[in-house]
Design a protein around this ligand. Structure first.
Ligand code: GLC
Length: 734
């Protein structure tokens, strides 16, 4: 439709039709069979007019089902306006890729774009129009279970990957076949919830909000995201979903966002519980005034906008502003001409989980793995007797609690994949223990809670595992969190692997010292005990549908791991929040030094820092060479190093450029990532790598509210981890 036709439609719509375009309901109200419920069950009781004229539906998918719903709906709709179908496609639709935190470990925006492009194609043929992804929340506290959905603790890396993911989802035109509309979430600063408690208060000063948290969302807006979702938390003491300063001043006026704003699940109604809105009606008014266009699964809009309009508390113009944006999004997607867009049962059969998609999922998993420890035991040598011992040995539940459209049955487990390799022809397999012990309550989460294993059966599992370890030359232990222990509403105060698995680990250590850990988790964990005794630790996160193949590719040496941590691994939970780009304080220092910014009973540094990850080979990086040590205000500096692969295996290194403004009008982080480069080197091969340092990299949010650089001394590091000491200095002149 033309814009004029959209306007004409808008003018023809009744008040009820307009209001209900701003209502989003789950598929439950459309008699959908398989509905993914991602929030509390609410007794909304929408009347049938709301159901028959609501603007959008979440939580259902499948070409056939969505065509049925669309057909029934449009027949009844007075103006035959099509529904928008939205879904949490967080890291894949049917072909499930590694969790976003794992994908971030690849430090590879091109790969993330490729994965998102496949997810979009699979979602599109399944009838989906909008995906609730990327999650752009910066995270610093692993007690918050949703770190698994994020791209980690660094604003630069986050922004790079958010932009790449949106490009993958949307392509250059969301109406084009195989593209979907992306939704940047959760605006804003949801990752800063106090003490990692989900849905809790966010207390950060506005400069910190602007300097560390907002830039990633802005990268999403700049990448052209069609939708933004508000967050559950308050920002400066006002819930985000009713926060005009956040949604109008910043999102729309400063960032220039013109698309649709949707609330998070029931978030508008929850502003009453926050103690902000007097009641649901007040909440509805404040949310619409703030520019929230769609009320996801709360009764606020459906029950109150008409009365607000009739009493002139809101204007028709305000209502039309939101309805227009919803109609415009439907029009951009081409739904008025083709309400099914790409939904196609035949293509669904051909495309979902096809060979190529699995190959990319396998590649993404390999690149997401981070080798944390290795004394040379990996890659595995031929002819060794190998025992796999751990609850993830043959476990298909390695997708994640957000893989809500994925199917564990499609997963290739470690055991299944190993059967394809001669290396494991003698291997033996033992679960050794359940993932969590029977007392751990995982009820009520998206996904099936684990079934209890009787104590006597557990004892037998342990005994058999110990015998297996005695037999083996090398023990591979796939251990980790249960997939329902990370994701939404999974905040934890202890970051350890379930005790029942640690008991197994200790028993195996008693009989065999040659242990390799495969770590399955959605967040950084406290793995000090594993680090003490294991000869190798490979972080595999929740690796997705092709996890088993990818793990065997790395264990066998077919693939050389190259991943780097996108989030610091704490020494212990007491260190949280911990992140590399912190301020120096007046007393920086380390454990053992009195009067330093640290602890008496723990180091101040993490167990593994941001950007850390080993390889099966070694890379030597020469000292930095600068083409000049003085940067004129409008010039650049060229910083280069030579990188040499001094080992016997080809490998990929991820070079990281960090910068510190040594002294400025406000304190600056001890270092900030400003650029990355992935380089592949054959054994003994050497390459010169050059970074360009530009003035934009030196800018920060000054006290006057402007982003600018200040003359003075800067340090620059180039290395393969945030703790690199390969440093040079330069001056930015006036
Ligand atoms: C959930 C999540 C959000 C998700 C939405 C729809 O509560 O916070 O990330 O997209 O509801 O499922």
């Amino acid at each position: 439709m033309t814009q004029k036709q959209v306007e004409k439609l808008l003018q023809e719509m009744s008040v009820e039709e307009k209001i209900n375009q701003l209502v989003q309901l789950t598929g439950v109200f459309y008699k959908a069979g398989d509905v993914v419920l991602t929030g509390p069950e609410l007794d909304l009781n929408p009347d049938k007019t709301v159901i028959s004229t609501a603007g959008s539906v979440l939580g259902v998918y499948g070409a056939k089902e969505l065509r049925r719903i669309q057909d029934e709906y449009m027949k009844k709709h007075p103006h035959h306006i099509p529904l928008l179908f939205m879904m949490d496609v967080i890291h894949g639709m049917k072909t499930i890729f590694p969790i976003p935190l794992a994908q971030a470990s690849s430090f590879n925006p091109d790969l993330i774009k490729e994965c998102a492009g496949i997810a979009a194609k699979e979602a599109a043929v399944s009838g989906i129009h909008v995906v609730f992804s990327p999650m752009a929340d910066l995270v610093r506290d692993a007690r918050w279970g949703r770190v698994m959905e994020s791209f980690g603790e660094d604003p630069y890396l986050n922004g790079l990957l958010v932009g790449a993911e949106i490009a993958g989802y949307q392509g250059t035109d969301i109406a084009a076949p195989g593209n979907v509309c992306a939704c940047v979430k959760h605006f804003a600063a949801y990752g800063a919830v106090e003490a990692g408690r989900d849905y809790d208060t966010v207390e950060i000063c506005t400069p910190t909000l602007r300097e560390f948290y907002l830039p990633t969302y802005e990268k999403g807006i700049q990448a052209g995201a069609g939708m933004v979702m508000t967050s559950f938390n308050t920002v400066n003491r006002i819930p985000a979903s009713v926060n005009s300063w956040l949604l109008r001043n910043i999102l729309r006026n400063e960032m220039g966002f013109k698309g649709v704003v949707i609330s998070d699940y029931s978030a508008i109604g929850e502003t009453v519980a926050h103690g902000y809105a007097q009641d649901e009606k007040d909440a509805a008014q404040k949310a619409l005034e703030a520019g929230v266009d769609i009320d996801m699964m709360s009764p606020a809009y459906m029950n109150n906008l008409k009365a607000l309009l009739e009493e002139d508390s809101i204007s028709t113009a305000l209502l039309d502003e939101s309805v227009r944006r919803v109609l415009e999004l439907k029009n951009q997607l081409g739904l008025f001409e083709n309400p099914y867009k790409d939904g196609d049962e035949t293509k669904e059969q051909q495309l979902l989980l096809c060979k190529h998609h699995r190959e990319i999922a396998r590649k993404a998993a390999v690149q997401s793995f981070v080798l944390l420890e290795n004394d040379g035991i990996l890659p595995l040598k031929a002819g060794k007797k190998i025992a796999f011992i751990g609850p993830y040995t043959n476990n298909k539940e390695i997708l994640s609690s957000w893989a809500v459209t994925g199917n564990p049955e499609d997963v290739v487990t470690i055991k299944e994949a190993s059967k394809e390799l001669e290396l494991f022809s003698e291997a033996r397999y033992f679960s050794g223990s359940p993932v969590v012990d029977n007392s751990y309550n995982l009820e009520g989460f998206v996904g099936k809670a684990p079934k209890n294993i009787p104590e006597e059966e557990q004892a037998k599992m342990l005994e058999e595992a110990i015998e297996g370890a005695k037999w083996a030359d090398v023990v591979i232990m796939p251990l980790g969190e249960h997939f329902l222990q990370s994701g939404e509403a999974t905040s934890r105060v202890e970051l350890t692997i379930p005790e029942i698995q640690m008991r197994l680990f200790r028993k195996i250590c008693e009989v065999n010292p040659n242990i390799v850990i495969l770590l399955f988790n959605g967040r950084p964990l406290d793995i000090r005990e594993l680090k003490k005794s294991a000869r190798a630790i490979l972080e595999v996160w929740f690796p997705g549908t092709e996890g088993g193949h990818a793990i065997c590719d790395v264990l066998s040496g077919k693939e050389n791991p190259s991943g780097k941590l996108p989030m610091s691994f704490p020494y212990c939970v007491g260190q949280l929040p911990i992140y590399y780009n912190h301020y120096a304080t007046g007393r920086p220092g380390e454990a053992g030094q009195r009067y330093h910014a640290g602890y008496m009973d723990a180091p101040a540094s993490p167990l593994y820092p941001f950007g850390y990850g080993k390889s099966y080979t070694n890379f030597e990086i020469t000292p930095i060479s600068l083409n000049t040590s003085v940067m004129a205000a409008d010039s650049k500096i060229y910083a280069s190093v030579l990188v040499r692969n001094t080992g016997m295996k080809a490998g990929t290194e991820i070079l990281q450029l960090y910068i510190q403004d040594v002294a400025a009008s406000v304190v600056r982080p001890v270092k900030e990532l400003k650029a990355i480069k992935r380089i592949e080197l054959k054994p003994q091969q050497e390459k010169k790598i050059e970074f360009v340092i530009e003035k934009d990299m030196l800018k920060f949010l000054r006290q006057d509210g402007n982003w600018d650089a200040e003359p003075g001394k800067f340090r620059v590091w180039i290395g393969n981890c945030s703790d690199t000491e390969n440093m040079a200095t330069f001056i930015l002149s006036k």
